[in-house]
Ligand binder design. Structure first.
Ligand SMILES: [Zn+2]
Length: 290
């Protein structure tokens, strides 16, 4: 997708990187090669690289323009963070796409983070004169208060991750007075609400977008790949609580399956947006090419 319309709301994707990233075997501890091969034969071809067998993974931000606000959902890995390979890829594409979408840093009103992992809060801050400062000077940043508290506590215990990720991307936002630490029931103009889907991280949330009876959901890392619709119990090596992540995935997918709700999973490759349908105790994923 580049742009979608949900009622009065326009959603645009800003891509930081895309392409083959890692194999499903390296991503899912419960991976089964025969099962995966059977599922991949029935799924959209965009999701797997036929040469390397790697999952095709996108890092992207969704720009949500309502009649009142310009909102970013998730902010990729960011610039100048000093991360080792492979997270040190060039960031010029992101900045070019941001500009091409007609945006500048000072026109952003809100930033939502589905969770506070390295690839979802990076552009929250930029380095200015040796200090991390909010990239978007006029924005309020929405963090779930228990997600923030959990990573703050883990950082205080010396754990990495989150370590520097929280110190560089989250703490400076709070110190600048630009954070709104919210609970499950937060809503913005009845257009944006949260659905808690904990497990991948302590309080991961999906971000709902409602307008004129239509609904889209930025699903963050509730799932990383369409194989997880076929095998909802396949959590990733990056999940904080694998069993809880799987339970959240199953219950969330059950509520949106066989409906018109459009899902926007951050890491799904173009066209990214899609629908799910039920298939016994599994789900089917189909991209929306509209
Ligand atoms: Zn992610």
């Amino acid at each position: 997708m580049k742009q979608l319309q949900i009622g009065d709301v326009t959603i645009t994707s800003i891509i930081e990187r895309d392409g083959p990233w890692r194999t499903p075997a390296a991503m899912f501890p419960a991976y089964d090669a025969d099962l995966a091969a059977r599922h991949l034969a029935t799924l959209d071809p965009e999701i797997i690289d036929p040469v390397t067998g790697m999952m095709v993974i996108t890092y992207q931000t969704f720009v949500v323009r309502t009649p009142h606000h310009t909102i970013l959902v998730d902010t990729c890995t960011g610039e100048d963070k000093g991360y080792p390979a492979p997270m040190d890829f060039p960031k010029t594409r992101y900045l070019e796409e941001f500009k091409a979408a007609g945006l500048s840093f000072d026109t952003i009103d809100y930033v939502f983070c589905t969770h506070l992992h390295i690839d979802h809060c990076g552009w929250n801050t930029v380095l200015r004169d040796g200090r991390w400062v909010p990239t978007f000077p006029n924005a309020k940043y929405i963090f779930h208060k228990r997600e923030y508290a959990a990573w703050e506590a883990a950082t205080a215990e010396g754990k990495t991750p989150p370590g520097e990720v929280w110190r560089m991307n989250c703490l400076p936002i709070v110190e600048a007075g630009q954070a709104l630490l919210v609970d499950d029931d937060y809503s913005l103009d009845d257009t944006i609400t949260l659905t808690p889907t904990p497990g991948h991280s302590p309080c991961h949330c999906c971000v709902n977008i409602f307008s004129r009876g239509q609904r889209a959901v930025v699903t963050g890392d509730m799932m990383h790949h369409a194989l997880q619709c076929r095998e909802p119990d396949w959590s990733t090596i990056f999940c904080w609580d694998s069993a809880q992540a799987a339970a959240s995935r199953r219950s969330f997918l059950a509520t949106v399956a066989d409906t018109a709700t459009l899902l926007l999973p951050v890491h799904f490759p173009g066209p990214t947006a899609g629908h799910v349908t039920t298939d016994g105790d599994r789900f089917n994923w189909r991209f929306f090419h509209g």
